[in-house]
Design a protein around this ligand. Structure first.
Ligand code: SF4
Length: 451
C-alpha cells in the first residue's frame, strides 16, 4: 500500500473496510434462511471462528450484540424486558440485554433481524455465566448445544494434558456437531488456510498495540482499541477481509507514529499527551463517548488494556498455527483473558504498566461481570506494591445505564489525574522499581461510585 497516502485518508480506508465487513455480515445473516446458510451462536472468548468459516457457517456473537445495543441506547429497554420476564437484577447485563433483544424481535445492530441459531456452540472459558446464558437460549430456541469445556489456567501455563483435553473435544464433539449442521465434512486444508490468515492479522494487530510504546501514543489502546479488536474478536478471524483490515490499520497507525501524532478521540486528534494509563476491566457502553471524553479531554491516553485482550492475548506471542490447527485452537481457547487466574492477570497488568511506561492504572469494575471484577481490589494493591505506580478504582456497568453515575465517575477520574499531576510535579515520577520492590506512594481511590 502506498506510503504517500495521508493518515486521514488511510484512516478512512480502514474504517470503511470494517464498516463494509460488518454490513456484509449482517446482510448475510438476515438472508441466511432463504440462502440455506446455517447459523451458529457462540461467545467471543474461546471462539473457533476458523472452524465455522471452513464449514461455511455464519457466527453470531451475543456479547457483541449486547454491547452494540448499549451503544445504540437500546439496552435499558431490553434489560427491563428481561427483568419483567423474571431475570434478577444481579444477572450479567449482557445476558439480560440479549434476552430482552430476543423478546423484542431480535433486531441486530444494523437494524436487520437476526436468524435463530441452528446450533449453540458453548465455548466455556472461565465464566460460568456462559453456561447459564446458553441454557436460557436453548430454552428459547429449542436448538442443539455443543459444549467446548476449556480448563481454567490456575497455574498460569498450559499443560499438554489441558491441550489434549480441549483438542479431543474438538475432534470428538465440536467438529462432528458442526459438520452435522453444515451438512458436509470439514475441509482440513481450508481450515489450515484460515489459520494462516488469522496469524497474519494477529501479527498486524500486535504491531498496532505495540505502537502505543511511542510518545505520544498514536492510538488509544482501550477506547480506540475496542474498535480495533472488533473484526478479530468476532466473525472475521481467518478471513481475507480481516487480513486486509489489519494491514490497513497498521499502516495508518505507523503513519501516525512517523508524523508524531496522538490518537483520535471523540473530539478529534489529541494534541497533548499528559498521562499514560493502563486500564483493567471492560468499558461502559451506554455512555461510551462520555466515558472516553473524561480521559481524552484531560490529555489521558490509555496505552494498554486487558479488556482488548479478552478475545486473545496475541501480544504474549500466541499465533494460530496452520501446522497444528486443532492444538493451536486449543491453545487459543486456553489463553483467553477470562480463562486466566489472578496471578497471571496481575503479571500481565504489571508488564503493561512497565512496557508502556504508564503513569497510572485504573480499574473499571463492572457490576455485572464477576469474571472480571472478582479480586480487582486485591489486584489494585498488589500492582501498586509491585510497580510503585498509583492505581484508581471506579465502578460502572457494561450496558445497564442505571449503573453509570456520570458526575461521580468524572469526579473520581479527575481526582486521580490530579494526583498523577501532583506526583509528576513533586518529582516522584522515577523509573519503575524492580518487580515487587516498589511501594505505594500515594493514596488509592477505591470507593465505589454507584449512583
Ligand atoms: S459475566 Fe462477564 S465474562 Fe461472563 S458473560 Fe457476563 S460480561 Fe461476559
Amino acid at each position: 500500500m502506498s506510503e504517500t497516502v495521508t493518515a486521514s485518508e488511510s484512516k478512512d480506508r480502514s474504517q470503511q473496510t470494517q464498516k463494509r465487513m460488518i454490513a456484509d455480515h449482517f446482510e448475510q445473516l438476515s438472508r441466511a434462511k432463504e440462502n440455506g446458510k446455517k447459523v451458529v451462536y457462540t461467545f467471543v472468548p474461546g471462539n473457533v471462528t476458523e472452524l465455522l468459516g471452513a464449514l461455511d457457517l455464519l457466527p453470531v456473537l451475543p456479547e457483541i450484540n449486547a454491547l452494540q445495543s448499549g451503544m445504540r441506547k437500546k439496552s435499558a429497554g431490553y434489560i427491563a424486558e428481561a427483568e419483567k420476564a423474571g431475570h434478577s437484577e444481579d444477572v450479567c447485563t449482557y445476558v439480560k440485554c440479549d434476552v430482552g433483544m430476543l423478546k423484542s424481535g431480535n433486531i441486530g445492530p444494523t437494524g436487520t433481524k437476526l436468524p435463530p441459531p441452528d446450533l449453540l456452540l458453548l465455548s466455556y472459558t472461565g465464566c460460568f455465566t456462559f453456561m447459564k446464558w446458553f441454557e436460557i437460549l436453548k430454552q428459547e430456541y429449542n436448538c442443539p448445544v455443543v459444549m467446548l469445556h476449556v480448563p481454567y489456567q490456575t497455574e498460569g501455563h498450559i499443560t499438554p494434558e489441558m491441550r489434549d483435553y480441549v483438542t479431543a473435544q474438538l475432534e470428538r464433539d465440536v467438529i462432528p456437531a458442526l459438520e452435522k449442521v453444515a451438512g458436509k465434512k470439514l475441509d482440513r486444508d481450508a481450515l489450515a488456510h484460515r489459520m494462516q490468515l488469522s496469524a497474519q492479522a494477529e501479527e498486524d494487530l500486535v504491531a498496532v498495540w505495540e505502537s502505543a510504546r511511542h510518545r505520544p501514543a498514536p492510538i488509544d489502546g482501550y477506547f480506540g482499541g475496542v474498535y480495533y479488536v472488533g473484526p478479530i474478536f468476532s466473525s472475521f478471524r481467518g478471513s481475507e477481509d480481516a487480513v486486509r483490515y489489519y494491514r490497513e490499520l497498521r499502516e495508518e497507525v505507523e503513519q501516525r507514529v512517523r508524523e508524531g501524532r496522538g490518537p483520535m478521540t471523540p473530539d478529534g486528534e489529541m494534541k497533548e499527551e499528559k498521562y499514560r494509563l493502563v486500564v483493567e476491566g471492560p468499558p461502559n457502553w451506554t455512555s461510551f463517548n462520555d466515558f472516553w471524553r473524561m480521559f481524552s479531554r484531560e490529555g489521558a491516553t490509555v496505552v494498554s488494556s486487558t479488556y482488548t485482550r479478552v478475545g486473545g492475548l496475541y501480544d504474549r506471542g500466541f499465533r494460530h498455527d496452520y501446522r497444528r490447527p486443532l492444538d493451536s485452537l486449543a491453545d487459543y481457547c486456553l489463553g483467553c483473558y477470562t480463562n486466566l487466574g489472578l496471578p497471571t492477570r496481575l503479571d500481565l497488568l504489571e508488564r503493561y504498566i512497565r512496557d508502556y511506561q504508564a503513569d497510572g492504572f485504573l480499574i473499571n469494575s463492572v457490576k455485572s461481570c464477576n469474571s472480571f471484577s472478582v479480586g480487582q481490589l486485591l489486584m489494585l494493591r498488589k500492582l501498586e506494591e509491585r510497580t510503585g505506580v498509583p492505581g484508581g478504582f471506579i465502578e460502572s456497568d457494561l450496558v445497564d445505564p442505571r449503573y453509570f453515575g456520570k458526575a461521580n465517575i468524572e469526579n473520581r477520574i479527575q481526582s486521580f489525574l490530579q494526583m498523577l499531576e501532583a506526583r509528576k510535579r513533586g518529582g516522584s515520577s522515577q523509573p519503575l522499581p524492580a518487580r515487587t520492590e516498589g511501594k505505594r506512594v500515594l493514596p488509592v481511590i477505591k470507593e465505589g461510585v454507584m449512583p
